[in-house]
Design a protein around this ligand. Structure first.
Ligand SMILES: Cc1cc2nc3c(=O)[nH]c(=O)nc-3n(C[C@H](O)[C@H](O)[C@H](O)COP(=O)(O)OP(=O)(O)OC[C@H]3O[C@@H](n4cnc5c(N)ncnc54)[C@H](O)[C@@H]3O)c2cc1C
Length: 472
């Protein structure tokens, strides 16, 4: 099983799905050879581009996907499901001779079901387009990843994504009510949304949320929507210490409040993100409350009081307003990568009681890697049980060549992952495993890894789907 040794996949697939739906020109192959993985971007800049696929197929519907997968399972040719290509862990691309499924071609959105608060969208719909369409009709998904303009419905489900307002609205698993998935043998599996919950064996949908394209190709999803909130209040605080801000989030959530946004910046991240608002040396906390006006008012008063108890001072709405305006602007990230500087983000998570230790350990581990010159952190997805920590780092390779880049990149990740495992955290909160975290999946899952492998073996016996991703 590998790159096709037989007839040209582009020729065979053109017969299966139509010539106009198959591309193999050099520009298309280059475009689909990688996602937003910082390592792949840096290596490309240093003259070592990612391996090219054999061709790119743009299916019209689940039937086309089924035809491609059936053929691939017979021939053993690898298939890469490709959504928006905004993944940052190397989950889409980089496999020589593979067939890429460009799922952006599955782009239909149905009218929302206003009674049940559901909307069905095909896998290739950009989440921003879905949100726009829903907003016009008075609804929202409540799911706002920073990559909302880049990422697709299928990709966000396949990576187990989390949005910026996840503390209030939950993550992608809370949005998914039904899925259509095509399996490697061409079976179209319809996991319907006919009731809000069911107890008919394990919930099979869950198997595909976070499966990173290795168990099946998601072709459509039914998603839970919400009426647009009646009111919103945004507010912020400066905390004397990061740990006090962490404690404030815990107390707020464990008291039963659910601000949609809880976003705590450590002093370094605060100084970079809010140069005009952040008092020097303080941690800055952004909050937003949404819903009926009475609840929003009560929540804000409670959060203010709990924060003051921990020594916080009020900073007003401006930092949140500033963040809301600039939250998805990552041009600096692209600029730095283009200059050969590694800028990356590593998100981990832990239960309360281990959060402070996880923060200290991962931070120190990354700082200890030669070449690293910046490490900052914010806590942005919180639960009554714990929180995620999102580290941003910048580093320069000792040598700007591919070997120097790889040494730096893997040095940073090894340090961060080992520290995370030792501190009892989970190795990814929402970016997934891709290629970069594979080595630590065994430490995370234990014997569960073998269960996952056996599931993979049953659903995809020839291993055609997304080789090298998720499973070590
Ligand atoms: C600037 C920036 C900001 C980001 N912010 C966030 C954030 O706030 N929250 C967050 O969760 N993530 C974030 N990410 C990461 C990324 O956007 C997510 O991982 C997203 O879910 C990827 O969606 P995509 O459509 O781009 O998928 P791709 O990158 O194309 O693919 C991601 C993985 O899913 C698989 N896949 C894609 N589509 C399907 C499908 N239909 N069926 C089966 N498998 C599929 C691919 O094979 C690959 O393994 C960010 C990335 C960037 C670059």
């Amino acid at each position: 099983m590998a790159e096709s040794a037989g007839p040209d996949p582009a020729v065979v697939l053109a017969e299966l799905v139509g010539g106009e739906r198959v591309a193999s020109d050099p520009d298309t192959l280059a475009r689909f050879s990688r996602d937003h993985w910082p390592l792949a971007i840096l290596l490309e800049g240093a003259g070592r581009p990612a391996d090219r696929p054999a061709c790119v197929v743009r299916p019209r519907h689940a039937g086309d996907v089924a035809a491609v997968l059936r053929w691939a399972s017979e021939t053993g040719v690898w298939v890469i499901p490709y959504g928006g290509g905004s993944g940052v862990c190397g989950g889409a691309g980089g496999v020589r001779g593979a067939v890429v499924l460009d799922l952006r071609s599955l782009g239909r959105i149905l009218e929302p079901d206003r009674d049940a608060l559901l909307v069905r969208a095909e896998a290739g719909v950009l989440w921003a387009d879905l949100e726009r369409q829903l907003t016009e009709r008075g609804f929202t998904t409540g799911h706002y990843p920073q990559s909302i303009d880049l990422a697709t419905v299928g990709g966000l489900v396949a990576t187990g994504s989390s949005g910026q307002f996840s503390t209030g609205y939950g993550s992608i698993e809370d949005r998914v009510a039904g899925l259509e998935v095509v399996l490697a043998d061409g079976t179209v599996l319809d996991l319907p949304d006919r009731a809000p919950r069911r107890a008919v064996g394990p919930e099979l949908m869950r198997l595909f949320i976070g499966s990173e394209g290795v168990l099946g190709v998601i072709t459509a999803a039914s998603l839970r929507v919400l009426p647009l909130p009646a009111s919103r209040s945004v507010y912020s605080h400066a905390f004397p210490r990061w740990e006090a801000g962490v404690e404030a989030i815990r107390r707020v959530l464990q008291a039963g409040w659910r601000p949609v946004l809880t976003r705590l910046y450590d002093p370094l991240d605060a100084a970079r993100s809010f140069p005009e608002h952040a008092p020097p040396g303080r941690a800055v906390m952004l909050w937003a409350s949404e819903g009926p006006a009475e609840r929003v008012r009560a929540e804000r008063e409670a959060v203010d009081a709990l924060s003051r108890d921990l020594g916080a001072t009020e900073l007003g709405p401006d930092p949140v307003v500033h963040w809301l305006e600039h939250r998805n602007d990552v041009q600096l990230w692209y600029d730095a990568l283009a200059m050969g500087v590694l800028v990356d983000t590593i998100e981990v998570a832990a239960n309360w009681g281990r959060v402070d230790a996880l923060y200290a350990a991962v931070r120190a581990a990354i700082e200890g890697v030669a070449g690293v010159f910046y490490v900052a952190c914010h806590a942005s997805h919180a639960y009554p049980q714990g929180t995620s920590l999102y580290f941003t780092l910048a580093a320069r390779p000792a040598e700007p060549d591919p070997d120097g880049i790889e040494t730096l990149y893997y040095g940073v990740w090894e340090a961060a992952m080992e520290a995370c495992v030792a501190a009892g955290g989970t190795i990814s909160h929402h970016h997934g495993v891709g290629r970069v975290r594979r080595r630590w999946v065994a430490a995370e899952l234990g014997p569960g890894l073998d269960v996952l492998r056996r599931v993979k073996q049953v659903l995809d016996p020839r291993g055609i789907l997304n080789p090298g991703v998720l499973l070590p």
